[in-house]
Write a protein of this length. Structure first.
Length: 294
């Protein structure tokens, strides 16, 4: 595609955008979308699409540039152009990084990995706040100059704690939440408020071995593979739409503690890949399933 706008200006002066859309599949959708991008003098740089045959749902992720630098103007033009087609559209400027709230309890291996990738620029997010129900990692957060808020939770304080959490999400303009080994079950109301915006890492290869000590359950059954699962949080515990998974081989020589150590390595990479996919608008929900564009 052209690297020069219709006016002859260099594409180097253009601003890059990400557009994700979903609609019923039918002929002409791609033509209509590309036409809408052309109407704002846009140039498509990258495009990925998928049609789910079970639901007849079409989803597409498009990266494009245009010399229109006002993101609200770009968003309004595209939404207006595609509204008559029944297309759900979300658009953002690529240089406006999404804001992620990290939550954890005591185990810090996932938090450490995300913070390191954030500091090196590998993870494309802003992290305005870390929240924990324990004070253990306050010093770690301070070393990254990220505010750390200790919000303890008990059965008596759970409702107030979650209300405060929603206030923080609004105040800090949080785009999505990462449960980096946050060992508390979220209420049905909080799960509903964070639909499609809260990612959890489950220390097991879902579905299976639910509840406490999944590595011990796996060891007791003599499994030959253990794995980790990143998924969206829902009111049904550990049943949310799966985003990313990975496995590692084990044998009869591995005890439960060794399995847990191996699993922590996989947890870190699986959670990172899920968070990065969310940050780059590569995930689209279709019912209880996800499409994750490469």
């Amino acid at each position: 595609m052209s690297t020069t706008s219709p006016s002859g200006s260099s594409a180097a002066t253009a601003r890059h955008y990400l557009m994700v859309l979903r609609c019923d599949d039918r002929p002409g959708i791609v033509h209509r979308v590309t036409g809408a991008v052309l109407e704002i003098d846009g140039n498509i740089i990258e495009n990925a699409q998928f049609t789910d045959p079970d639901s007849n749902t079409f989803v597409m992720r498009t990266r494009f540039d245009t010399e229109i630098t006002d993101v609200e103007r770009v968003r309004a033009r595209l939404v207006s152009s595609l509204a008559a087609e029944g297309v759900e559209v979300r658009v953002r400027a690529e240089d406006e990084l999404p804001r992620a709230l990290l939550m954890m309890s005591r185990q810090d291996h996932c938090l450490l990995d995300l913070l390191y990738r954030f500091r090196t620029g590998e993870l494309h997010v802003e992290i305005p706040l870390i929240v924990s129900n324990h004070p253990d990692c306050a010093e770690l957060a301070a070393s990254y100059e990220i505010p750390y808020l200790h919000l303890p939770v008990t059965p008596a304080t759970k409702v107030a704690q979650e209300a405060r959490l929603l206030e923080l999400i609004a105040d800090h303009k949080i785009d999505f939440v990462v449960l980096a080994r946050y060992m508390q079950v979220l209420s049905e109301e909080l799960c509903a408020a964070l639909t499609g915006r809260a990612i959890n890492i489950h220390h097991s290869f879902l579905p299976g071995f639910k509840g406490a000590k999944p590595y011990h359950q796996a060891h007791a059954r003599g499994v030959k593979l253990i794995g980790e699962t990143a998924h969206y949080v829902t009111a049904d515990l550990d049943e949310g739409p799966i985003i990313e998974q990975d496995v590692v081989r084990v044998s009869h020589t591995h005890d439960a503690d060794t399995m847990a150590r191996l699993g922590r390595d996989v947890e870190r990479s699986v959670l990172y890949r899920a968070v990065q996919a969310q940050a780059q608008d590569r995930i689209v929900l279709i019912g209880d399933r996800t499409v994750v564009f490469p």
